[in-house]
Design a protein around this ligand. Sequence first.
Ligand code: FAD
Length: 364
Amino acid sequence: MMDIVIAGGGVIGLATAWRAQQRGLSVTVIDPAPASKASHVSAGMLPPGNEQLYDQPELLALYLASRDLYPSFAAELEEFAPSGYRRDGVLDAAFDDDALHTLDHQHAFQKSLGIAVERVSAEECARLQPAFAPALGGLLSPDDGAIDPRVMTAALQTALKKLGGTVVHERVIRVDGHTVLLGDGGVVPFDRLVLAAGCWTHRIEGLPKGAIPEIRPVKGQILRLHSDPPLLNLTARALSGGSSLYLVPRLDGELVVGATYEERGYDETVTAAGTNELLTRAAAVLPGAGDLRFAEISASLRPGSPDDLPVIGPTAVPDVYLASGHFRMGVQLSPVTAEAMAAHLTGTAVPDPAVPFSPLRFGG
Ligand code: FAD
C-alpha cells in the first residue's frame, strides 16, 4: 500500500485524507492541533455563489463541481458520524436600495447557472425570518445551506480512523527526501506527501526555493451567539452599505455572524474593534441580536495564494503535492478538492474543473 503523509489537518487535509484512504492508500495526517485554525472558526456557509465568481470562470466551475458533490459527500460522511450539513435554503435579504440592485444581478447570475432561486418580497422575508429588521426584499435559494465545520472535521477524523488512517498530533518541520521531520524529533517516511497546512504551508522547510508558492494569511474575526430556540430559521446573508454579513444558524441555537476581513500578517488576535464591528452590523439587521447569549469571538487566517485561487495538485518536486490557498471558500471547495487530490495521488482521472489549479502555474 502506498504511504501518504498529509501535513495539515484542516478541512482540506482531512477531506483529502478521507478520500485517499477510501481509495486504498495508507494515510497519515500530521498536525499539532487538527482542525484548530481557519477550519475551526469558519462559518461553513455554503452559499449559492458569490460575487468573486462573477468574473472567474475557472473558479466558478470548481465551485459548481463542489456544490454538486456536497449532498453525496455529506451523506457518505453521515455513515460514520453526523456531518453538520443542512440544505434547507439560504435567504439573501436586502436592507437598502443598492443591495436590492445587487440581488437583481445575483438573481440573474444564479438563474444563468441553473441554481434554483426565487425573488421574495419584503413581507415574505419577514415571514421567513421574523427576527429580521424590515428588509426591502430578498432571494431565496432553496437548495443551498451550510455545514458546521467543527462537526464536519470531527466526522472526517472519525471516518479516516475507522477506515484505518492515522492522525498524529505533531508539527511537520521539514521535508528531507522521502521523509518528514517532526517537532518531537520523529521521522515519518512517505511515498507521497501532501502539503495542506493552510497559510503555514510554505513555511515547512526543506523544499527548493519557489517550489511552494507563498500562501498569505488573511485574518477573519467571527462571532458566535446563542439562543434557545434558534433566532433564525434559515442560513442568511444580510446585504447593506455595500457589503454582506452572513448569519448562519445551527440547529442547537448557535448563530454564527461573520466576518471581518483584515490583511495583518500572522495576527490571530481577537480585537475590541472586530467584536464591535460584528455586533453593530448584526444588531442593524437583527434587532434581537443584543439580547442573545454571547458564546464566542474567534479569529483565524484564511489561506490566500498569490492569485487568491486554490492550489491543488503535484508540485515540481517529485512526490510532493499541494492542497491549499482556498481563501474564503475552503469549506465550500473541500469535496471537489478531496476528489481531485485523491485522483492525483492514485494516478486516476482528475475532475476537469480542478485541472486549472495546478501549483505549476506559479513556476516552481
Ligand atoms: P486550516 O483550516 O487553516 O488548516 C491548516 C492546518 O494546518 C491547521 O490545522 C494547522 O494546525 C496545520 N498546520 C500548520 N502548520 C503545520 C505544520 N508545520 N505541520 C503540520 N500541520 C500544520 N470558507 C467557506 O467555504 N465558507 C465559510 O463560511 C467560511 N467562513 C470563514 C470565516 C472565517 C472567519 C475564516 C477565517 C475563514 C472562513 N472560510 C470559509 C474559509 C475557510 O475556513 C478556509 O478556506 C479553510 O478552512 C482552509 O482550510 P485549510 O485546511 O486549508 O486550512
